[in-house]
Ligand binder design. Structure first.
Ligand code: SF4
Length: 223
């Protein structure tokens, strides 16, 4: 059962922050990118590093958001959160960005239906492993809505998460259809340990570190 979405008034969205930085995750890691972080999240992951986005935010019209994005002069934009799909007006925002020639990434938790997302948007779907405490919130129907160039992400906190992820990869046949990202929970598991598990199993996934935490401080906001 997925969460109910928020019907925004008129053409506004509640925005937590908009900033320009280096993309730290996905196959786009390392590229300059404008981030549009939307307020609200229906989940409460144990390791969440953006809890400030649960409530804090300002109403902005879609045009105001587009103007702010444009001011950075960068054509790669990521829509993130919180959970960005909670606000219905995220759809016209993504459509407008695509219409204006932006390359648009969407980072979503996998708990909300992605089928309405503009097909030009690249979806990075972060299904929740058991150690997040949110495993039951995964909306697995989303697997059927993935496009070939979308990416599926699993954030691994321990060995149990790793084994669970391997089972899900098999169950949904993810490995040779989509790019599968595995990312260690920062501070909970050594990335070397995860790397060794992947090598031992010869698993065709992409090990992901959150680059932004290594470039700037792990607690930094807006980077
Ligand atoms: S889905 Fe993301 S923003 Fe929401 S609680 Fe989990 S980690 Fe935090």
């Amino acid at each position: 059962m997925q969460a109910k979405t928020i019907q925004n008034t008129n053409d506004t969205l509640t925005i937590n922050e908009i900033f320009y930085s280096i993309q730290g995750e996905s196959t786009y890691a390392g590229r300059p990118c404008v981030f549009v972080r939307l307020t609200y999240c229906n989940l409460r992951c144990t390791y969440c590093d953006t809890a400030y986005a649960f409530e804090e935010g300002l109403e902005m019209t879609i045009d105001e958001i587009l103007q702010k994005v444009k001011s950075y002069g960068c054509k790669l934009v990521e829509i993130t959160g919180g959970e960005p799909l909670l606000q219905e007006n995220v759809h016209p925002l993504m459509k407008k960005l695509c219409d204006e020639g932006y390359e648009v990434l969407l980072e979503t938790s996998g708990s909300i239906d992605i089928s309405k997302v503009d097909v030009r948007v690249k979806r990075i779907v972060d299904f929740k492993c058991p150690s997040s405490g949110m495993e039951k919130k995964n909306f697995w129907e989303n697997v059927h809505y993935l496009k070939k160039d979308d990416e599926v992400k699993f954030v691994i906190g321990d060995r149990n998460d790793y084994e669970w992820t391997k089972r899900k990869i098999d169950e949904f046949g993810l490995l040779y259809k989509y790019i599968v990202l595995m990312s260690p929970v920062y501070g909970a598991i050594d990335s070397k340990v995860l790397a060794e598990w992947i090598l031992k199993d010869n698993l065709n996934v992409l090990l992901q570190l959150q680059l932004q935490k290594y470039i700037w401080s792990p607690e930094a906001r807006g980077v």
